[in-house]
Design a protein around this ligand. Structure first.
Ligand SMILES: [Zn+2]
Length: 345
C-alpha cells in the first residue's frame, strides 16, 4: 500500500537480518521503546529495512494543511494551528504515508529544528516559522546514517526531542513549539568513531548486522534485488500479500499491547539479567520489558514469558554494557552467558 510514490523494496522480501527486522517491528508496535541503533558495515541494507517498514505500515490520517501532519484523532498532540483550526469546526483530513526523514551529515541546526524569521516577526508582527526536518518526521521515522559522525550537540538535541515528543525553538524571546514524535533510527560503524555511553543508553534497542557469509543467502539477496530493479511494480505486487499479512499483525499487536500482562516472575528474571550484566540504572530493564511485551503482543501471546525476554535481550542490552577490562569477550558472548546464567537455557 504505497500511495503514489516510487516503489519501495518490500519488507517481507528482505532476506535474513532477523534481529533488525524484529527490533523495528517491536518499535512499530510500541514506539515508546525508543529508537534503534544499527551497527554494521556499509551496504548491508540498513536504510532499506527502515523504508520498507515505514511503507508497510498503514497510511496515517493527517490534518489537511497542517505542516506537522497532526493526527485528527489525537487532540492532545495537536499543534497550535490545529487547535485554532478545530475551534472553527471539523478538521479535514487526508491519508499520507508514514514519513521516513533522512538526516544528512553536516546539516545545520536551523534545518533540523526549523527557522524563526526574526526580521519578519519584528517588522510584520507575525511568527514566521519555517519548519525543519523534525516537523517532517513527526509520527514517522528519523534516520541518521553514521550517527557517530553527527555533531554532539545535534545528537543531544535529537534525543531530547525524541524523548519529549516536542520541538521547542526559541530565538531572542520568540518561541515556537510543535509536536515531533518520531522513532529515531541511527546507524553507526563502530570502527569510525566511538559513541558516547550516555548517547548509547538513550536508544531503546540496538542491532548488529553484517554482510551475510552464507552462500545461499547471498544468492537469494542478489536475485531479489535484481528482480526488484528490473520491474519494481511487479516485484512489489508479488510480495504485497505477505506485506499485508505483516501489516495486519503489527496493527493488531499495537491494539493489544497495552493489555498484555507481565508476571512478576518474568520481571524478576529481567532484573536478574540486568544485574548480572551490571547495566546502569533502570532504563535497561524498562526497555527490556517494553520490548519483550511488544514481542509478546506481535506473537499473539497474552502474557510476556521468559522466552520473549531471552529473545530480545541482546537488542535491549548490547549497547548498555560497560567495558570490562577483565573480560575481553564481545558483547554478544557476554549477553549470551548472562542470559544463560540468569534465565536458564
Ligand atoms: Zn497540526
Amino acid at each position: 500500500m504505497q500511495s503514489g510514490t516510487r516503489p519501495i523494496f518490500p519488507f517481507s522480501a528482505i532476506v535474513g537480518q532477523d534481529e533488525m527486522k524484529l527490533a523495528l517491528i517491536c518499535t512499530a508496535v510500541d514506539p515508546s521503546i525508543g529508537g534503534v541503533l544499527v551497527f554494521g558495515d556499509r551496504g548491508t541494507g540498513k536504510s532499506t529495512a527502515i523504508r520498507a517498514l515505514a511503507a508497510l505500515l498503514p497510511p496515517m490520517h493527517a490534518v489537511v494543511g497542517c505542516r506537522y501532519a497532526c493526527d485528527p484523532a489525537d487532540p492532545d498532540a495537536w499543534c497550535t494551528e490545529c487547535r485554532e483550526r478545530a475551534v472553527g469546526g471539523m478538521l479535514k483530513h487526508r491519508s499520507i504515508p508514514v514519513p521516513v526523514v533522512d538526516m544528512p551529515l553536516g546539516v545545520t541546526e536551523d534545518r533540523v529544528v526549523g527557522a524563526l524569521d526574526l526580521e519578519r516577526a519584528l517588522s510584520q508582527g507575525v511568527k514566521a516559522f519555517e519548519p525543519g526536518l523534525l516537523a517532517r518526521a513527526n509520527r514517522g521515522f528519523l534516520y541518521i546514517d553514521e550517527v557517530n559522525l553527527l555533531e554532539d550537540h545535534l545528537v543531544d538535541l535529537l534525543i531530547d526531542v525524541a524523548a519529549s515528543g516536542e520541538n521547542l525553538v526559541e530565538r531572542e524571546g520568540l518561541s515556537v513549539r510543535h509536536p515531533a514524535r518520531f522513532v529515531l533510527i541511527g546507524s553507526g560503524n563502530p570502527e569510525e568513531g566511538e559513541l558516547r555511553p550516555q548517547l548509547l543508553d538513550r536508544f531503546g534497542l540496538s542491532v548488529e548486522i553484517s554482510t551475510p557469509n552464507e552462500l545461499g543467502e547471498r544468492v537469494t539477496i542478489v536475485k531479489r534485488r535484481d528482480e526488484f530493479e528490473r520491474d519494481k511494480v511487479e516485484f512489489v505486487a508479488k510480495w504485497e500479500k505477505l506485506d499485508a499479512a505483516m501489516r495486519r499483525r503489527i496493527v493488531a499487536a499495537r491494539k493489544r499491547v497495552a493489555s498484555i500482562s507481565t508476571p512478576d516472575a518474568v520481571l524478576e528474571s529481567a532484573a536478574r539479567l540486568c544485574m548480572q550484566l551490571g547495566t546502569d540504572g533502570l532504563r535497561a530493564e524498562l526497555t527490556l520489558m517494553r520490548a519483550a511485551r511488544a514481542l509478546a503482543s506481535f506473537e499473539q501471546s497474552e502474557t510476556v514469558s521468559v522466552g520473549h525476554v531471552r529473545r530480545i535481550a541482546a537488542s535491549a542490552l548490547r549497547h548498555r554494557l560497560r567495558r570490562d577490562p577483565l573480560d575481553e569477550s564481545g558483547s554478544a558472548v557476554r549477553i549470551d552467558r548472562a542470559v544463560h546464567e540468569a534465565l536458564g537455557s
